[in-house]
Design a protein around this ligand. Structure first.
Ligand SMILES: Nc1ncnc2c1ncn2[C@@H]1O[C@H](COP(=O)(O)OP(=O)(O)OP(=O)(O)O)[C@@H](O)[C@H]1O
Ligand SMILES: [Mg+2]
Length: 477
C-alpha cells in the first residue's frame, strides 16, 4: 500500500505555476491495475489542478490515447496484458511531446531504466508519497517548459539570422531582411545591385519564394551569357522560321514566367535596341514573339540584377534612362562582404556544415582571424570556395587551420579587419583588446573619410577633440 503524505502544500503553488505555462489544466492519464492506488492518486492530482482520466489496463489506455490528447501519462510498468512500456511507446508515437512517467514496483528499477531509454521522462518507485509524485511531475513540466522555450528562442534566432536562405547577422543584412519582407509581398519591379558574389541571385530567389507568386515559376535569364542576336528570342520567344535555326515556335522567358517571377541577371549588358523592347514589355506587360506580330500579354514580376554601375551607364549614355527608372522602382543594394564582416563567421559555419555534412569541421582561431582580415573581392562566393577548398585539404580533420585556406588569405594585414576574438581558455587582456578594437575602428573611419578628422569624428559619434586625444593615446600620432 502506498503511504500518502498530506504534507504537500508547499509544492502546490509552483506546480500550478508550471501547469499554467503548459495549459490551463494539463490532461493526465493515470494507468494502473491497482484500483486503490489509482483512485487515490487521481483524486489528489485532481485536487492539484490536473484533469485526470484513469485507465485500469494498458488496452484501455490505448483506447483513451486514441480519443483524447493528453499532456502527461503516468503508468504502472507491470500490468496483466499490455505493459507500461507499450503504453509509453504508443503515447509518444501519438504525442511526441508527452510527459511519460513510469511507476515501478520493487525490483523493477531495471525495467524503469529501459522505459526511460524508450522515452519516459522519469520513474517513481513504489511505495511512494504523493509529494514525491508531485515533485517528479513538477520537474518534468519544468523541463518541458524549458525545452519549449529553447526551441522558441532558437527559432527566433534563426529567423533573425536569415531570410529565405540568405544568411546574415550584420546590421545591413538585418535591414535588408526587413526590406525584403515588405517588397516580397508586392509586385513592383526590383533592381538588385551589388558586387560579384554578394548574393544577388539568392536574394532574387528569396523574394520570389516569399511572394504570393511562389506557387508559380521563377525563371532566370543571364543576359550576358547569351549572344545579343539570340537574347531577344530568348526573352520574348520566336515563331518557326523567324531566323535561321528557328525550327519550331518557342515560348520566351517572359511567357514561361507568367504569374511568376522573371529574374534578368546582368541586365547592364543588353544592347540599346533590346533595352527599348524590354522597356515596352515592362511598361505595357506585352510584347511579340520574334517573327510574329501577335501581341502577347503576361503577368510577370521582373527582378533585375547588375554588378555594373547602371547609374553611371545612364550618364554616359550606354543604358537608357527610362529603362533604368522602370527597373529601379525598388533598389535592393547588397553590401560587399568586407563591409559586413560580422556575417563571415555565420556564413563560414554554414558552408562548413554544407561541405562536411557528416562531421562539420570548425575553424581554428588563426583560420577565423584570416577570414576576418581578408577583403574578399569575390565576396560570399569567394568565401564559399575558400571553405570548400579548406575542407577538401583538411582531409577530414575536425579543425580547419589557417594553412588550409587559399594562399591569398595568408598574411593579410589585420588593421582593416574587425578583430575577431574567440574567448581563449585562459582569458584575455580586456583593456588591450578593447584598445585594439578602438584603434581599428578609428583607422577605418579615417580611411573612409580620407583622413578628414572632422568627418571621422562624426562617423564615430565623438568630438573631434576626443578623436585627437585617442589618436595620441593609441600611438596614432
Ligand atoms: N547571404 C548569403 N547567405 C548564404 N549564401 C549566400 C549568401 N550570399 C551569397 N551566398 C552564396 O554565394 C554564392 C554567390 O551568390 P550569388 O550567385 O547569388 O551571387 P551574385 O551576386 O549573383 O554574383 P554574380 O554577380 O557573380 O552573379 C552562392 O553560392 C550563394 O548561395
Ligand atoms: Mg549572379
Amino acid at each position: 500500500m502506498p503511504v500518502v503524505s498530506h504534507n504537500d502544500q508547499s509544492a502546490v503553488p509552483r506546480v500550478c505555476q508550471d501547469i499554467g505555462a503548459l495549459s490551463a489544466q494539463p490532461h493526465l492519464l493515470f494507468v494502473d491495475d491497482e484500483p486503490v492506488l489509482r483512485n487515490l492518486m487521481a483524486q489528489r492530482l485532481g485536487g492539484n489542478g490536473f484533469d485526470v482520466v484513469e485507465a485500469e489496463t494498458g488496452e484501455r489506455a490505448m483506447e483513451l490515447l486514441d480519443q483524447f490528447a493528453f499532456d502527461i501519462v503516468i503508468t504502472d510498468l507491470r500490468m496483466p496484458g499490455m505493459d507500461g512500456t507499450q503504453v509509453i511507446e504508443a503515447a509518444r508515437e501519438r504525442y511526441p511531446g508527452i510527459i511519460a512517467i513510469v511507476i515501478t514496483g520493487y525490483g523493477t528499477v531495471k525495467d524503469a531504466v529501459e522505459a526511460i531509454k524508450m522515452g519516459a521522462s522519469d520513474f517513481i518507485a513504489k511505495p511512494f508519497q504523493f509529494d514525491e509524485l508531485l515533485h517528479v511531475l513538477r520537474k518534468a513540466l519544468e523541463q518541458r517548459r524549458l525545452a519549449a522555450e529553447n526551441a522558441y528562442l532558437r527559432s527566433q534566432l534563426e529567423e533573425r539570422y536569415q531570410f529565405g536562405g540568405i544568411l546574415g547577422r550584420s546590421r545591413p543584412m538585418q535591414a535588408l531582411f526587413q526590406l525584403l519582407e515588405t517588397v516580397a509581398r508586392a509586385s513592383s519591379t526590383i533592381l538588385i545591385t551589388g558586387e560579384t558574389g554578394t548574393g544577388k541571385e539568392v536574394v532574387a530567389k528569396a523574394i520570389h519564394h516569399n511572394s504570393p507568386r511562389r506557387a508559380n515559376r521563377f525563371v532566370a535569364l543571364n543576359c550576358s551569357a547569351i549572344p545579343e542576336t539570340l537574347l531577344e528570342a530568348e526573352l520574348f520567344g520566336h515563331v518557326r522560321g523567324a531566323f535561321t535555326g528557328a525550327n519550331t515556335t518557342r515560348q520566351g522567358r517572359f511567357e514561361q514566367a507568367h504569374k511568376g517571377t522573371l529574374f534578368l541577371d546582368e541586365v547592364g549588358t543588353m544592347s540599346t535596341a533590346l533595352q527599348m523592347k524590354l522597356l515596352r514589355a515592362l511598361q505595357e506587360r506585352e510584347f511579340e514573339r520574334v517573327g510574329d506580330n501577335q501581341t502577347i500579354k503576361v503577368d510577370v514580376r521582373v527582378i533585375a540584377a547588375t554588378n555594373s554601375e547602371l547609374a553611371r551607364m545612364v550618364q554616359d549614355g550606354s543604358f537608357r534612362e527610362d529603362l533604368y527608372y522602370r527597373l529601379n522602382v525598388i533598389n535592393v543594394q547588397l553590401p560587399p562582404l568586407r563591409e559586413r564582416r560580422e556575417d563571415i563567421p555565420v556564413l563560414a559555419k554554414h558552408f562548413l556544415s554544407h561541405f562536411s555534412p557528416d562531421a562539420p569541421a570548425h575553424l581554428s582561431q588563426g583560420a577565423m582571424r584570416s577570414l576576418m582580415a581578408y577583403p574578399w573581392p569575390g565576396n560570399v562566393r569567394q568565401l564559399e570556395n575558400a571553405i570548400e577548398r579548406a575542407v577538401a585539404l583538411s582531409g577530414g580533420r575536425t579543425e580547419i587551420e589557417a594553412s588550409d585556406l587559399p594562399p591569398e588569405l595568408h598574411g593579410t594585414p589585420a588593421p582593416t579587419a574587425t578583430p575577431f576574438v574567440e574567448f581563449p581558455e585562459d582569458g584575455l587582456d580586456l583593456p588591450l583588446y578593447l584598445s585594439s578594437i578602438e584603434r581599428d575602428l578609428i583607422t577605418r573611419a579615417l580611411e573612409r573619410t580620407r583622413g578628414n578628422r572632422n568627418k571621422a569624428a562624426e562617423l564615430l559619434r565623438i568630438k573631434r577633440t576626443t578623436l585627437v586625444e585617442k589618436l595620441k593615446r593609441l600611438g596614432g600620432e
